[in-house]
Every structure is written in structure tokens, then in C-alpha cells.
Design a protein around this ligand. Sequence first.
Ligand SMILES: [Zn+2]
Length: 272
Amino acid sequence: MYGEDLDRYLSDRDAKEAILEVGRRMYAKNYVVSNDGNITCKVSPTTLWTTPTGVSKGYMTDEMLIKVDLEGHVLQGTRKPSSELKMHLRVYRENPDLIACVHAHPPVATSFAIAGIALDRPILPEGVVQLGVVPVAPYATPGTQEVPDSIAPYCRTHNGVLLANHGALTWGMSPMQAYMRMESLEYYALVTMYTGNIIGRANELSCEQVDRLVETRTKMGITTGGRPKCRFAAGGQPSPCSQGHACPSGSPCENGEVASVVRSVMAQIQGR
Ligand SMILES: [Zn+2]
């Protein structure tokens, strides 16, 4: 979709600055602890900058970053890339249009990854538009070739994956977009946890509402993310594609009410 347009690549300097900024943000938000996580950003069709192994992503400096080619050979820099670089390289191989990848272990999303539960319920409009469905890639031993193989099927169709018993990986057209998807993913996981296990109830968006959001997303030029499985038609009746049970009568499944319930839950969570 972007062809060979080189303008879409950041300069070396901007790519490195973006990686450092994303590292600071994900460390500050507790998406990584200790030396966990890694970030990459392509600066040409065949070269990219990556974070080194063995350093906290919250305290990186410019000279710590490493430039590599798509096979992972070091072209510039004195440190060693992470063994998880293989996973990023596979994303770029599967989908050459992508520019950046972010890998982290955000605690709620990682809990879903450990439980093997995909984030695929249509409960947040922003989740459907910005992120879509987040599948769980099967467990693979970190650092091995099994990890890239496990994520390969999703690199063209989705915006990120949960890595079973490990963490999460998101990608995009810039380090900041990939990072924002990580933020959306962790928030989606958090709200799914609150509504599922603490409040004990989540009113899902109807199939019509999901259709409208997917349409909006397509108009925004986002063609990845998949379509969350909806269970209810407007009015709370099971949709033809329903795989679950109908809402109890009188429950707020009607158009409009779902959005207001979701908004009020979000406002409570955010302390507004
Ligand atoms: Zn990891």
C-alpha cells in the first residue's frame, strides 16, 4: 500500500529518538520491568534500529541503540541486540509495509496471554477501531525460532498479538503508532478484566454497531485488525451469527445504551 515510497521512513536520528521516547513511556507505565522489552524501527526497506539486550528500556541513551539488517547482522553500534529481535524481523518479513514493532510485558495483557484468552469481544468502540481483535499466538520458548513462527500468521491481518505465557507485541507505521497500540491493548485488557472478573458483566456492542465501527476504521485507511465476533443484533436479540446466549430481557443491549454504559464504566475507571 505504501510501495517504495522512501519518504515514509524516519531519519536515523528521528528513529532513534522515537525508540528512546517509547522506551521511557513503556517503562514509566510499568509495561516492562527490569531489562524487559524491545523496540525496533525501520529506516529503509532493509535496515532498522533496535534496542540492546541487558539494559532498562526506561534509561536508554542514543549510543546504546544498534542498527541491523533484516537478517539481524549488526551494522552500527557496540552492543548486542536482544534474542527477541528475531520476532521483530519476522514481522517485517511477513509484512514489509510495517515500520515499527514494540514488545512489552504489560501486566494485564500478559495475564490474558498466560490464561490463553484472546482480546476479541466488541466492548469498546476505540478498541474495535484502533486495535481490532488481538489473538493469542501459541506458546513458544523465548529467544527461539518458534517465537517468530508463532506470530507469522497474524502480521498482515492484525495490529498486534498476545504471546502465550510471555507478553504482547504490537506493530505499526511508526514507533509511536506501535506503542499507542500497546497502550490500547493494555487498556482493552484492563477493562475486559474489570468487567469480566470484578464487575461480572459487560454489555457487548451489537453486530450492527460493530459493522459501523469497522466501516469507520476502513474509511480511516486501517484495513487490519479483524472483526470482533458479535453475538447480538440491535435490541439484544441473538444475531444470526450468535454463538452465545441472548441478553436477559430488559438488559441494556439496545443501540445507544451500550455506548453510554461503556462510557460510564470507562469514566469510573479513569476517575473522571
Ligand atoms: Zn519478552
